[in-house]
Design a binder for this molecule. Structure first.
Ligand code: MCN
Ligand code: CUM
Length: 787
């Protein structure tokens, strides 16, 4: 039997290849659209062509008469069953199918179930909807004007488009600091609406069995257990009669956290027809109707001394939440974790006030590798710090070095109440400077500036808060943010670990096997990872906010330790010594001082299940289950440096170099971490330079295809240069912090800071994303307008 050798140490060592890749690269992945069931029907959704309109009438007769069509369902029909509206993850309600009004272009109006996908689509064209067009609310800045049309007439007594107000920090203390500061810098900073645009769109296959009353739902979900509970609560189906399976997922990036009307429609359709029903949206449907991200208009203010000591940060935010507040964030955090906008700096005071409004746009808000709005927070602070450097005439790196929190300040309680678990920031920034050759880059830039060439160097430093709960503070609709884990060791010493989180490409089948292997000494290849099936995994809140490693990873380590504790007792019986006389070495228990006498974990597994006595009072078997409720979030950090060149004739920005140094504590799989960082950096370049979901004045979505919604390809990004430092989390059992969103959070400000730095000769202190050639050109001409 194999045990683990030193050179195969499972966590952190070597570059263990991903266990799931042989399946994916050979086309053997099983995605939602691969699910084929006998007699399966297909569902297509009719969507609103307009942003705001009253539904006068819907005539479905022609569609119903079409051959192959099995059912046509409208909002009115759903309303009869009490299913026309569903709760959102933010305690709002959202129309499953519109009954009274449509509130955004692309909203679900009716659905057709037919024998094949083509017939279902064709029948949509025969549904006749009469709309009474209403004035749309498109500009978030005028959504609260007294004469603005009211979007949410469904909410009793609602007379305006106000969604919520939120504040954090100490307003008075912040004001006092601002009053006595030498320097105050104010800048309006927009983080435009973007879309996660995963390769696989959203979809579901619902199979309701009328005989046993069981619903099986394959769906593209990042949180199968949470979704199951919500279906039980909404549809009134008994929870044990619902099985949610999240098969292989072709990218989620937060897009697959919410429950979409399409999932509910598929369930209803299967219940109505008694047949399995598949719904798969197309690319445009995904882009115009599913969870968008960002859309924050921020006024940032920073107060400092003349010497560049940052004293306080203040911000006011206008948040566009679209037609329904469908944000996925812990209930107490309507603005997600935006409260970390004080960043990585030692401040005296901070304050944020926020107003969120409804507009005639698709719902969403938290998505796209955002760590619950930390993207927006980091962008704000890293942009405003650069504005301060500009005004002070200071080097942005020097300004940051002067203000970064010091290692002895950890655990550090921020001025908005976040307890940063650990951090050692300066070495991370120094490492990024070393890799980039920062001083040399500045020299090169000075020479180029003399020649009129536009080269920019952008820096960002970020701290994230990832790994939600703890559950006393964090829940989604009452479900506490904790995660279960179950480990079974089979008699021959192979194992299966069952997770409550759900990978969308992050490599959990590999990394969770590594975590367990490290703790219990069974090689990763001998450990199967099961996830994404509510019937076969313990309850937990799922994958988003980079919480899998901080929460579920901790659960996996602890469940393995629990099994190891039991193995120790069994080993003591096998070796006839007391448990205190055993050492745990490389997957085996050894008698202290007598290395010749030992039993491997595999020997122990066989004994646990086999013939012969076990120590007094011990049950047979070798397995355990736990539910891990984190005591705090983990706080990864990183330092990024971006180098751009701008063509002065065309204003095209080229990202020439990008250095990313990340600190996510203990690194489980360095290759997977690098992959996560590469992906996130690509996202960041995309958002900074080209991505935006825009709308025209009628509320028509201008980003409804990948011809209009630009995403970066290999041609637009450089060869990433990565590095790392390791500051373990003190409260995580193996010291790991999350990393899945770090690069998406940290890179947009680095790119924008670089572009703005390149434009410094034009006297430019700020420019808004996306920095497309036309926007950069206009900015160079002094005509910058926010998106
Ligand atoms: N990891 C590691 N060592 C660490 C931290 C993480 O080896 N110290 C590994 C993990 O074990 C895991 C991966 O890196 O395999 C990401 O871990 P983690 O940071 O815990 O993030 P999650 O697994 O919870 O993934 C969620 C995160 C989010 S919220 C978005 S959005 C996003 C992201 O992951 N979506 C992704 N990365 C993505 N990557 C892919 N391919 N597809 C997506 O949809
Ligand atoms: Cu904010 S996107 Mo991820 O948390 O699934």
């Amino acid at each position: 039997m194999t045990t683990i050798e030193n050179d195969q140490k499972p966590v952190g060592h070597g570059r263990m290849l991903r266990k799931e890749d042989p399946r994916f690269v050979r086309g053997r992945g099983r995605y939602c659209d691969d699910v084929q069931l006998n007699g399966m029907l297909h569902l297509a959704i009719l969507r609103s062509p307009v942003a705001h309109a009253r539904i006068v009438s819907i005539d479905t007769t022609a569609a119903e008469a079409m051959p192959k069509v099995k059912a046509v369902v409208t909002g009115a029909a759903l309303a009869e069953q009490g299913l026309a509206w569903m709760p959102t993850l933010s305690n709002d309600v959202q129309a499953v199918l519109a009954t009274d009004k449509v509130r955004f272009q692309g909203q679900e109006v009716a659905f057709v179930v037919a024998e094949d996908r083509y017939a279902a689509r064709d029948a949509l064209e025969l549904i006749d909807v009469e709309y009474d067009i209403l004035e749309p609310v498109v500009d978030v800045r005028t959504a609260l004007a007294p004469d603005a049309p009211v979007i949410r007439t469904d909410l009793e007594g609602k007379t305006n488009n106000h969604c919520f107000d939120w504040e954090t920090g100490d307003q008075k203390a912040t004001e006092d600091v601002f009053k006595r500061a030498d320097v105050v810098v104010t800048e309006d900073i927009v983080y435009p609406r973007v879309h996660p645009a995963p390769m696989e769109t959203c979809g579901a296959v619902a199979d309701y069995d009328r005989i046993d009353g069981k619903l099986t739902l394959w769906s593209t979900t990042q949180a199968p257990h949470a979704h199951r509970t919500l279906y039980a609560l909404v549809a009134g189906l008994p929870e044990h009669k619902i099985r949610v399976i999240s098969p292989d997922i072709g990218g989620g990036f937060g897009n697959k956290v919410p429950i979409y009307p399409g999932y509910v429609c598929a369930i209803v359709a299967s219940i109505v027809t008694g047949k399995p029903v598949k719904w798969m949206e197309d690319r445009s449907e995904n882009l115009i109707s599913t969870g968008f991200a960002r859309d924050y208009i921020m006024r940032g203010e920073i107060a400092a001394t003349r010497e560049g000591k940052i004293l306080a940060i203040r911000t006011n935010v206008l948040a566009d939440h679209g037609a329904f507040n469908g944000t996925a964030a812990p209930v107490k955090y309507p603005a997600g974790f935006f409260g970390v906008f004080t960043g990585s700096y030692d401040l005296e005071a901070a304050y944020c006030s926020m107003t969120a409004v409804y507009t005639n746009k698709a719902p969403g808000g938290v998505a796209y590798a955002c760590s619950f709005r930390i993207t927006e927070a980091v962008y704000l602070v890293e942009r405003i710090v650069d504005c301060l450097a500009y005004d002070l005439g200071m080097d942005p790196v020097e300004l940051r070095l002067k203000n970064l929190l010091k290692p002895e300040q950890f655990p550090y309680t921020s001025k908005t109440g976040w307890v940063y678990d650990s951090g050692d920031y300066e070495p991370t920034l120094r490492e990024a400077m070393r890799i980039a050759g920062y001083e040399e880059l500045r020299r090169e830039q000075a020479l180029k500036r003399e020649r009129g060439e536009l080269m920019g160097i952008g820096v960002s430093f970020f701290t994230e808060a990832v790994g939600a709960g703890p559950r006393k503070d964090m829940d989604i609709l009452g479900l506490g943010m904790a995660d279960g884990c179950e480990l079974r060791v089979h008699p021959t010493g192979k194992a299966v670990v069952r997770l409550s989180v759900q990978t969308q490409g992050q490599g959990h089948e590999t990394t969770f096997a590594q975590i367990v292997a490290e703790e219990i000494g069974i090689p990763p290849a001998d450990i199967d990872v099961v996830h994404g099936d509510t019937d076969n995994t313990p309850f937990g809140l799922g994958t988003y906010g980079s919480r899998s490693t901080p929460v579920s990873g901790a659960a996996a380590a602890l469940v393995a330790r629990k099994v190891r504790d039991k193995a120790r007792i069994i080993a003591s019986g096998m070796l006839e010594v007391s448990v205190a006389d055993l050492d745990w070495v490389k997957g085996a228990f050894q008698v202290k001082g007598d290395p010749g006498k030992s039993v491997t974990i595999q020997d122990i597994a066989m004994r646990a299940h086999g013939a012969g006595d076990l120590p007094e009072g011990l049950e047979g078997g070798l397995e355990a289950q736990i539910c891990y409720n984190p005591s705090n979030l983990t706080y990864p950090h990183g330092a990024y440096i971006c180098v751009v060149d701008i063509d002065p004739g065309t204003a095209v920005v080229k990202v020439r170099r990008f250095v990313a140094v990340d600190d996510c504590g203990t690194r489980i799989n360095p290759m997977i971490i690098e992959g996560q960082v590469h992906g996130g950096l690509t996202d960041g370049v995309g958002m900074a330079l080209m991505e935006m979901i825009g709308f025209d004045e009628d509320g028509n979505c201008l980003g409804g295809s990948l011809m209009d919604y630009l995403i970066p390809t290999a041609l637009e990004v450089p060869d990433w240069e990565t590095g790392f430092t390791v500051t373990p989390s003190p409260h995580h059992p193996i010291g790991a912090k999350g990393v899945g969103e770090s690069a998406t959070v940290g890179s947009p400000p680095a790119v924008v800071n670089a572009v703005v730095d390149a434009l410094k000769p034009f006297g430019i202190r700020h420019a808004d994303m996306p920095l497309t050639p036309s926007r950069v050109w206009e900015t160079m001409q002094g005509n910058h307008t926010p998106p």
